[in-house]
Design a protein around this ligand. Structure first.
Ligand code: CAA
Length: 260
């Protein structure tokens, strides 16, 4: 499939998806969400890709939100449908077996902040700006923001951001735990690629099971969560990677993982 609103590059075992709608600061309309949906399916099935990076094309925006021009005259049912589409695509990213890192290079507002939040973690450039400005447009966030923001930064900070529509800079995002690291704009992609390649060099069954256990465990009580961990831990002992990882350690050499 040819994509009009996204770019895809692959480098070693890492894919880089860039949202690319320069005329609207990479805002998400329905077509862009459908393209992301399709490319996520492709990347999930691509055996040459172990880690996905999501970023925004250009140097100004990650994603400046859902497309306001597209939403302006939606009916209630159309609004509901658009929200459900964004939620579905972002949940698919969150539940992808492969790790996903957001490289936030500029404005990550509304749907852009929500896209960054469905990734496993976020690295930001000093130029990044985060916020959920929806109440200033007379709407609530619709692609998961009311749910993921409190889970990431805590209820009080999330509610202040949701009710005031305040936009915060990268250092404040770091302080409240929305991002893991802030780097200079020129260093952003290289920093994130380095992290992605480090992840790709490990045992991929274990990486993916770690993601699944963390995601599932956070949705349940601690006893059930520990059972989930015991199950994935046990499952690792059925893999070649476990034998190789432990043998390599004991033989004092680098492990050669096969992802099985
Ligand atoms: N939707 C549609 N178009 C957008 C857009 C968006 N979210 N954000 C920016 N654009 C467009 C602008 O309309 C403008 O187009 P024209 O050149 O045709 O006028 C172009 O991108 C450049 O934007 P600005 O001139 O506004 O650039 P700026 O540097 O002055 O400001 C900005 C940058 C602060 C990000 C500003 O563009 C802005 O506030 N954008 C809207 C942010 C927003 O409210 N996002 C939330 C949307 S609602 C949502 O996302 C709901 C949800 O949860 C699903």
């Amino acid at each position: 499939m040819a994509y009009e609103n996204i770019l895809l590059e692959k480098e070693d075992k890492v894919a880089i998806l860039s949202v690319n709608r320069p005329k609207a600061l990479n805002a998400l309309n329905k077509e862009t969400l459908l393209e992301i949906n399709s490319i996520i399916n492709e990347i999930s099935a691509d055996t040459e890709v172990e880690v996905l990076i999501i970023t925004g094309a250009g140097d100004k925006a990650f994603v400046a939100g859902a497309d306001i021009a597209f939403m302006q005259n939606l009916s209630a049912m159309e609004g509901r449908e658009f929200g459900a589409l964004g939620q579905k695509v972002f949940r698919m990213i969150e539940l992808m077996e492969k790790p996903v890192i957001a490289a936030v290079n500029g404005f990550a507002l509304g749907g852009g902040c929500e896209l960054a939040m469905c990734c496993d973690f976020r690295i930001a450039s000093t130029k990044a700006k985060f916020g959920q400005p929806e109440v200033g447009l007379g709407i609530t966030p619709g692609f998961g923001g009311t749910q993921r923001l409190p889970r990431l930064v805590g209820s009080g900070m999330a509610k202040q951001l949701l009710y005031t529509a305040d936009v915060i800079d990268a250092n404040e995002a770091l302080r409240v735990g929305l991002v893991n690291q802030v780097v200079e704009p020129e260093a952003l992609l290289d920093t994130v690629k380095k992290i992605a390649k480090k992840i790709a060099s490990k045992g991929q069954v274990a990486v993916r099971l770690s993601k699944a256990a963390a995601n599932e465990g956070m949705q349940t009580d601690i006893d059930r969560a520990m059972t989930i961990e015991a199950d994935v831990f046990g499952l690792c002992f059925a893999t070649k990677d476990q034998r190789e990882g432990m043998t390599a350690f004991l033989e004092k050499r680098k492990a050669d993982f096969v992802g099985k």
